[in-house]
Design a protein around this ligand. Structure first.
Ligand code: AMP
Length: 305
């Protein structure tokens, strides 16, 4: 099944209790593509980079299964830049800087071959751009998954609400779920958000796992794998989204039961991501690594009575 992913390809400055990494490769689309590539290939990417973005890095994404026809390169402009500092517990983080650069004027153009994608992952990006992508589709995908963040809730809430009406799955973190719904309880927040458009809501809770809700009142919880070393949580949410959508595209099944498996695959990819700085935790894995990690998750939650 074909998979289309939209999002940032970026440079990040990251500070965690483990150390610092400056001008490393990041961006939602980058993490989504790498994580999903372990389940399905190719992944059709829609994004934009400046002339400062290394060609070798784009080559690496391509070697790993990305189709770059929809990635625009603006030679005279700079790539999207984000800087963040993590708190001592690694769960909270402060955004120190967001420079939209190429993203400020990004006009996404879907190559004809992308317009009938079976599955669409709208990664964290300007809601206006997400709407422009939806408008170019010739057929409605079987499932549209959206990831967003407080940054867009603060500056583009009205457009974000329009996007929500056109998607099936929303993935956000617990604080963002509270902000979007105005409710403190996550159960109540889910009830409110599920009236805004999506039929599934996934609330990411960092090292405390993820909750899946649907409009019929079903609920599922997946823990995060307790890891000996969490080096850099950047991209965990996007790797989660990549694993999730990769599994769904591979299995072509959007039932609640299969969403549960998808949440485990997402959690597994998030766990690889946080073990290293930048995208390094997602490089060079093989089928056995992924299978073993998924088994670790199953063991963690399985109990016989
Ligand atoms: P995550 O840790 O999964 O939330 O994603 C971190 C990645 O998102 C970083 O690599 C950033 O480049 C990218 N990012 C940060 N802020 C934004 C934003 N406002 N819009 C799009 N991407 C962003």
């Amino acid at each position: 099944m074909s998979l289309l992913a939209v999002g940032t390809i970026a440079f990040d400055d990251i500070e965690t209790p483990y150390g610092r990494a400056e001008k490393v490769v990041g961006g939602a689309c980058t993490y989504i593509s790498l994580a999903a590539s372990y389940f399905v290939k190719p992944i059709q990417l829609v994004s934009v980079v400046g002339g400062d973005f290394p060609a070798e890095m784009l080559d690496q994404l391509q070697r790993q299964g990305a189709d770059l026809e929809g990635v625009q390169i603006k030679p005279t402009e700079k790539s999207f830049f984000w800087a963040g500092r993590y708190h001592a517990d690694m769960n909270g983080r402060d955004t120190l800087d967001t420079q939209l650069n190429v993203l400020a004027t990004f006009d996404p153009i879907l190559p004809p071959a992308y317009r009938k994608a079976n599955y669409l992952m709208l990664g964290n990006l300007t809601p206006q751009v997400q709407l422009q992508v939806l408008d170019q589709l010739e057929e409605r995908p079987k499932l549209v998954i959206l990831d967003t963040m407080n940054f867009w809730m603060n500056i583009a809430l009205e457009d974000l609400k329009k996007v929500l009406q056109r998607i099936d799955v929303l993935t956000i973190n617990d604080e963002e779920a509270r902000q979007l719904s105005g409710e403190r309880s996550l159960v109540k927040a889910a009830e409110v958000i599920l009236t805004m458009g999506p039929r599934y809501l996934i609330v990411k809770k960092g090292e405390h796992g993820a909750l899946l809700f649907d409009t019929k009142g079903e609920m599922f919880f997946a823990p995060a794998l307790p890891l000996a070393e969490v080096v850099d949580p950047t991209g965990a949410g996007d790797s989660f989204a990549g694993g999730l959508v990769g599994w769904i595209a591979k299995t072509n099944d959007t039932s609640f039961e299969n969403m549960k498996r998808a949440v485990i695959c997402g959690s597994a990819m998030g766990s690889f991501c946080v073990e290293h700085f930048s995208i390094n935790g997602l490089l060079g894995l093989d089928e056995t690594d992924i299978q073993r990690r998924i088994k670790d998750f199953s063991k963690l939650v399985h109990v016989d009575f």
